[in-house]
Design a protein around this ligand. Structure first.
Ligand code: HPA
Length: 262
């Protein structure tokens, strides 16, 4: 069983992996590098979404190459992390949300493998974007941690790299969103298109613009992640250990043929 962890802001290396080696692969969409190693009885891959030094802004991440590369390794499940701002006062800074829905407000990213160019045109079902069984496993692992964990939440993906205006957050809230971030779309979309089980551990680093009166800085997001990184890492790895081979979810039912062979 091969499992990948995609680390977001503040999660730049897994540390606990054994025999971690850097691996570089080329894909039809570009080159990707990640770490490959072991953890307990599992083969684990780790990919830092923003690069190991946070040098890639959300709109420049090569999401298609990343997801394609993981598929090429024979990985079946992806646990990702995301730092998020909260517009729901019940989802407080310092808490964890295992999101179950997203709303897409991105603007200029390649959003699909099924673009009619590299691959055929396919309209994929997204009623349930995140793997319910992977979420359950993470929630189970999370019981041993001090974090408040909510099993449901709607993530709105904005284009970034700027934070939102308070008017945008007000609008997102009125649409039913709970959390704001900049990277989950198209990552979850591409993962689903290739038949991965995919779930995201959202770590709330701040109240979103206008929810708190303070202005928002990337430093405060990093500080909040930094203060909790040991527990976040260990929660991810506990979840990795709990993953079993058999699943009854529908994530693997591929929505269309992938024919890229360049
Ligand atoms: N908005 C968007 N992305 C974020 C935020 C936010 O408030 N906090 C951390 N990532």
């Amino acid at each position: 069983m091969k499992i990948a962890v995609i680390g977001g802001t503040g999660v730049y290396n897994p540390e606990v992996m054994q025999d971690a080696q850097e691996k570089k692969v080329s894909t039809p969409y570009g080159n990707v590098s990640f770490l490959h190693g072991q953890y307990k009885d599992k083969e684990v891959y780790f990919l830092a979404r923003h690069g190991s030094k946070h040098s890639l802004p959300p709109h420049k991440i090569n999401y298609r190459a990343n997801i394609w590369a993981l598929k090429g390794e024979g990985i079946e499940k992806i646990i990702s992390t995301a730092a998020v701002g909260s517009m729901n006062i019940d989802m407080k800074p310092g808490s964890v949300v295992l999101i179950d829905q997203f709303i897409d407000f991105t603007r200029q990213r390649p959003i699909t493998f099924f673009d009619g160019e590299h691959n055929e045109v396919v309209h994929t079902d997204f009623t349930e974007p995140y793997c319910p069984q992977l979420k359950e496993i993470i929630a189970e692992a999370g019981k041993n941690y001090k974090f408040d964990i909510t099993n449901k939440g709607t993530y709105v993906c904005s284009e970034g790299p700027r934070f939102e205006t308070s008017a945008e957050i007000k609008m997102f809230r009125s649409l039913g969103a709970d959390l704001a971030g900049m990277t989950n779309v198209p990552e979850v979309v591409l993962a689903r298109e290739l038949g991965f089980c995919y779930a995201t551990i959202c770590f709330v680093t701040n109240y979103a613009a206008g929810i708190s009166e303070d202005i928002l800085t990337h430093e405060e997001v990093l500080e909040m992640m930094g203060n909790n990184i040991a527990d976040i890492r260990s929660l991810i790895m506990d979840a990795v250990v709990l993953i079993q081979g058999k699943t009854t979810c529908h994530c693997q039912n591929k929505p269309g043929r992938i024919i890229v062979d360049k």
